[in-house]
Design a protein around this ligand. Sequence first.
Ligand code: LLP
Length: 434
Amino acid sequence: MARKNRVTDHPVYQDHELALRLADKYHTPLYVFDEPTIRTNAQEIISAIAYRPFHPRYACKALTIGAILRIVREEGFWIDASSMNEVDRAILAGFKPSEIYYTGEGATLPIYQRLVERGILVNCTSIDQISLLGRAGGVRCSVRLNPGEGDGANNRTNTGGPSSKHGIYFTQIDEVKKVTTDNGIKVVGVHSHIGSGTDLSRWLFIKDKTLEMAKQFPDLEIVNLGGGFPVIYNDENDGGMPLEEWGRALSKSMEEFSRELGRKIELQIEPGRFLVASSGVLLAEVQAVKATDPDENSTGYNFAIVNTGLNHNIRPSLYGAYHPIRFAPRDGVPRADKKPYVIAGYLCESGDVFTVDKAGVLVPRYLPEVQLGDVMVMGGIGAYSHSMKSEYNSMNLPASVLIEESGYTRVIERRGTLHDLMRREVEAYDDTAT
Ligand code: LLP
């Protein structure tokens, strides 16, 4: 049986003692990333594809810490960047400019000029951005096309179809050809990414649509079919991405496509979540356990309040995303009685709740009795939690630690401080009068 990419397989999710040890050593709240998980996820993608040439990229918006970028690089991935700072962070982590691809809605002329100077391939996301690339001196580009259909774990992560702002709509290919020709730009790449958290059949369907569109570009060298691979957050809903089946189908289509065109076209993909979601857990400590009484409008609830919140993982409040949660009992003794708990954060915000559905309705979890000082382990925070964090309520950002392949743990990003919070503000003062 092929391995499934399940977020509950994280070593700290599986081992209460390890969770307590890490919480004591590094303090909470704490992000803990697991290096072997990232390496295995990366290797499984690469070995699923027989077709060559093939260059997988990592969509580094999912988790952008330098130590993580270096691991992904060692596994042979290139980078998909969505901002100039992501480009710079990738370069600092050792990626060559030729290994970076830039997809950003609304880039400015100075950004395109810097990308062109460095020889970074730009993936244009609108007709206006193609003209801008012409002004920046670009002579080659890729184009992000919206194939007219999308998919995703929810409507906020769907990036295809008429309601999506992303890419150039598939009906406007003639305009793309005209603007690129007018600006002396060759379209060497065609890209689509239809959403985050799709499934195999949708992914393959969009792949076919993208290859059809790509045939219309005579200078084509690359097709980039985006990311979007699902991982298993909730063990009760199976699914995930059957990589072997995906790899076989994709390799076969690319062979046929290249045969039809009479030359080899380079295949690229750019998953983010699949590489890192299962590599991370968030640790926090229970700081209060309290209950409300029922009234005529509502049932009562048991709340477990932890010292983290939507500032460290916004996905439940923003999308109703499910993250598995366990508590490591502080005294190390497992507790038998199960009760329904709403797990909530420490912020001054009603929506700061981790156990909610897509409509924002509280969904209590049945868990063994939770007590003060227990350590919460939240799974699946490797993708889009650390990278979407904020400093709301002036809370310090958590430290991040990495469990290396040897089992050794090290801090890869220190905890935030008041100094970090105020630095830009203090530095903005004009002290010439003093
Ligand atoms: N390529 C492009 C152009 C993208 O916009 C994205 C994600 C990816 C690749 C990687 O997609 P992935 O393989 O990770 O699904 N914050 C949301 C996800 C937003 C995804 C944004 N773009 C979440 O927490 O679910």
